[in-house]
Design a protein around this ligand. Structure first.
Ligand code: NAP
Length: 346
């Protein structure tokens, strides 16, 4: 049981990111002071929406420069904070040239680096880590291989490797590292948020986050001849942000938390998008034949093994612990998709 003093600042790492920006806004809306880390102050495009928040909430949002791979980079921003929300981690799928450098090192060493700061800064009482459902499973086929109907928080991804599903591997290794480090002390506790595929409106104009890029491809007509027969556990970005706050400020909360509102096939997403965009979006609801995925998938960074283990394989999650332990309320996925598309169109 750890009660966090809301008068103390809360640190959000990777504050410029798609999910973190909503966490920052929701903290500010509650009157809480935020310390946000960004990689590079000179990258104005990435941080201009945070500068607008600084104007809207005078004196409540302080930005610091910090890099996951620089030793002691987070110490200054963490001073005086009781709650740390660690979201920063590269989210890249598809064609990855150097998985170790682009994904695994920043995710795993970055988590270790942030938690070493936590061990040094004596004010910290709780860390909320943004992990993922891909730390729970590696490929959709794992569900049938394990004879399960749904994944839950007791499941761990044991199938991803640096060469097969490297993003998934980076997330499970980072989360395992965090659980290893927290067990060595008693001053602070660790709560983990495991979101599915996060969609919904963005606070910035960037389209380079993987969630934004995916919907951008749909809206810009790149999927007009068909969509991959893939299933995702979808969740709204605002509900994910809220779950981080609930995890931070619910003294009795503990453990891992799957955050998924509903499983959708990409063709379901396409149907919702085309029905509600009043013909502004040209997207096919037809599933691409698996043979085409075998032929063209490798060009987009999806190996035959990926296609075999994921295309046409349903994927379901048990979200009951997030409701029971944190009191998460889920928006319906139609609202999420519609509002996401409206922001892209406008
Ligand atoms: P995002 O917009 O790409 O955010 C990633 C953040 O990490 C950015 O702020 C980025 O900084 C920061 N970052 C990356 N490498 C860094 C480094 N070396 N040093 C410092 N900061 C670094 O993606 P997101 O979707 O919000 O993801 C946030 C977290 O949620 C990640 O941990 C991701 O794995 C997790 N997650 C995302 C989803 C999803 O569907 N979006 C689902 C489950 C879990 P820059 O702005 O400078 O690039």
């Amino acid at each position: 049981m750890r009660a966090i003093n809301k008068e103390k600042p809360v640190l959000v790492t990777g504050a410029s990111g798609y999910i973190a920006s909503w966490i920052v806004l929701q903290l500010l809306e509650k009157g809480i002071t935020v310390h946000g880390t960004v990689r590079n102050f000179a990258d104005v495009e990435k941080i201009q929406h945070l500068q607008v928040l600084q104007q809207n909430y005078p004196g409540k949002l302080k930005l610091f420069e910090a890099d996951l791979l620089k030793d002691r980079s987070f110490d200054q921003a963490m001073q005086g904070c009781e709650l740390i929300i660690h979201t920063a981690s590269p989210f890249l799928i598809g064609k990855i040239d150097n998985p170790q450098q682009q994904l695994i090192q920043p995710a795993v060493e970055g988590t270790r680096n942030v938690l070493e700061s936590v061990n040094r800064i004596s004010s910290v009482k709780r860390v909320v880590l943004t992990s993922s459902v891909v730390s729970i499973y590696g490929d959709a086929i794992d569900l049938e291989r394990n004879n399960k109907d749904k994944f839950n928080e007791q499941d761990w991804n044991v199938t991803s490797t640096p060469s097969h599903q490297p993003y998934n591997y980076s997330k499970v290794m980072a989360e395992k590292e965090a659980w290893k480090i927290v067990k060595k002390q008693q001053r602070w506790d660790l709560l983990v948020i495991n979101p599915g595929f996060v969609l919904g409106p963005s606070l910035s104009n960037r389209t380079d986050s993987t969630s934004m890029e995916f919907m951008h491809q749909m809206v810009s007509g790149k999927m007009k001849s068909g969509v991959p027969d893939l299933y995702f556990g979808v969740v709204d970005v605002r509900d994910v942000a809220n779950a981080h706050l609930l995890a931070g400020f619910t003294p009795s909360a503990s453990g891992r938390h799957i955050l998924v509102a509903k499983t959708l096939n990409v063709s379901d997403m396409a149907r919702i998008v085309s029905q509600n965009s009043h013909d502004k979006v040209k997207v096919s609801t037809k599933k691409l034949p698996k043979i085409l995925m075998y032929l063209f998938g490798p060009l987009m960074g999806f190996s035959w093994k990926y296609v075999n283990n994921n295309i046409g394989k349903p994927l379901y999650f048990d979200n009951s612990y997030s409701i029971e332990d944190l009191g998460v309320l889920y928006r319906d996925v139609e609202t999420t998709l519609n509002e996401h598309v409206q922001t892209l169109i406008s």
